[in-house]
Design a binder for this molecule. Structure first.
Ligand SMILES: Cc1ncc(COP(=O)(O)O)c(C=O)c1O
Length: 422
């Protein structure tokens, strides 16, 4: 009897994330990744235009990173991190503290973007609790996304993602996306009840690639800082040159007290989350009283393979070749976004660093019926891109070749032609 195909076996046993399993098309069986390309079982290649959920910065199958992970696996693949330590975790912490903008002094490891924001929220809440100060409220931005766990859902926008869980989410005060010159919407005398403000700096990713300016954010951050509110920058998506600089917070005058990293941290190879904080926060947990301990830890905290991958990926990212690739993508995107303005079917063409985004036909709408058509259209052009409703965006691995980049742009222009004639 012939062995079942991968698709048949998948259909029997797998539940895919963020997927309506009844109606969505079957997944594509992928057997290999190389550079900006993913290959299916027939050897057909697809350009990974949004870097596999925004994680892949260095390209698939980077030989240096693969070698380092393999060597580390032979040496020490994992050990508990509560009572042990190891070189990859310490070295990565040292390296990140050297590179992060602001005054960070401690690195707390976890597993992914959601856990990095959960940790940040718990850290901020317990920071005040440990000092016996009643500051319990949390600020967040309207339209934000910080992950799928309960704390992360609480501070994110309420949407189809969160509707079934609404009764289980804690209350948050939402601020609008700041506009230049806009007054801070909460009276200053009310601010002393807030523990923290969590925000995605300069661009809200899953919320629809909504971009806003550092000049608008800074004055609001300054007001919150004056009132002691801890500033949590969620750089899970923006980190590692997505906005053109290593971290989006580099564009800000007001530096955060806590920063969350994941996705591009390991270049797209292994899951890892980081929550960095200032010494002031760390010190609020130091006590003879055990109850002031930060009782949070995941089994795979500081996994040596993931830390090694992150170190190797940083080396690649900081290399002159990748630095010039990043600049090249930024320049090409600038030109592309300029061209998009000529097509009436594309709304709000915009760019921030290596991210280009626009809406198709309408105002942004996550449940737009256009979504599936757009996905299929790009797939036919051998471009893998998962639209956010009718919002399209390009966020490729930095090793993408000029030819591949032009292929993605060409697919977009072909889309405009198709829309014009339908
Ligand atoms: C800004 C931001 N924070 C947190 C997350 C959650 O990360 P993860 O999917 O790794 O849990 C995401 C994921 O898209 C994100 O964009």
């Amino acid at each position: 009897m012939p062995a079942s195909s991968l698709l048949e076996r998948d259909a029997r046993v797998i539940w895919h994330p963020d997927t309506q399993m009844l109606t969505e098309p079957a997944p594509i069986p992928i057997v290999k990744g190389e550079g900006a390309l993913l290959f299916d079982e027939q050897g057909q290649s697809y350009i990974d235009a949004d870097a596999s959920w925004w994680v892949n910065t260095i390209g698939h199958g980077h030989p240096l990173v693969a070698e380092k992970i393999a060597a580390q696996a032979r040496h020490l693949a994992h050990c508990i991190f509560a009572c042990l330590t190891h070189e990859p975790a310490v070295k990565l912490a040292e390296e990140l503290l050297r590179l992060l903008p602001g005054n960070f002094s401690r690195i707390f490891y976890s597993d992914d973007g959601s856990t990095s924001t959960e940790v940040a929220l718990k850290m901020a809440i317990q920071y005040w609790h440990n000092q016996g100060i009643k500051r319990t409220k949390i600020l967040a931005l309207e339209g934000g996304y910080h992950g799928d766990t309960f704390g992360a859902m609480s501070v994110g926008a309420k949407s189809v993602f969160t509707a079934p869980f609404e009764n289980y989410l804690f209350e948050v005060t939402y601020l609008p996306l700041p506009q230049p010159g806009q007054a801070f919407p909460i009276p200053e005398e009310e601010l002393d009840q807030y523990a923290a403000w969590i925000f995605e700096p300069l661009i809200q990713g899953a919320g629809g690639m909504r971009m806003y300016r550092a000049e608008a954010l800074d004055p609001w951050l300054e007001i919150c800082r004056r009132h002691g509110i801890l500033l949590i920058a969620d750089e899970v998506m923006t980190g590692f040159y997505r906005t053109g600089r290593l971290f989006a917070c580099e564009y800000l005058q007001q530096k955060p007290d806590i920063i969350c990293l994941s996705k591009g941290l390991t270049g797209g190879t292994l899951p890892l989350g980081v929550t960095a904080c200032t010494e002031q926060i760390f010190e609020a947990f130091l006590s003879q009283d055990k109850r002031k301990t930060f009782f949070h830890g995941h089994s795979y905290t500081a996994n040596p393979l993931a830390c090694t991958a992150a170190l190797a990926s940083l080396d690649v990212l900081l290399s002159p070749a990748y630095q010039s690739q990043i600049q090249h993508i930024i320049r090409q995107h600038q030109h592309f976004v300029q061209q998009l303005h000529e097509y009436p079917c594309f709304q709000h063409p915009r760019q921030l660093g290596t991210i280009a985004a626009f809406e198709v036909i309408d105002e942004p709408n996550y449940t737009s019926p256009l979504r599936d058509k757009l996905y299929t259209f790009y797939l036919k052009h051998r471009v893998l891109m998962r639209p956010l409703g009718n919002t399209l965006y390009l966020m490729p691995p930095y090793c993408i070749t000029n030819e591949q980049l032009q292929q993605v742009y060409e697919a977009t222009f072909a889309l405009a032609e198709t829309l014009l004639h339908n």
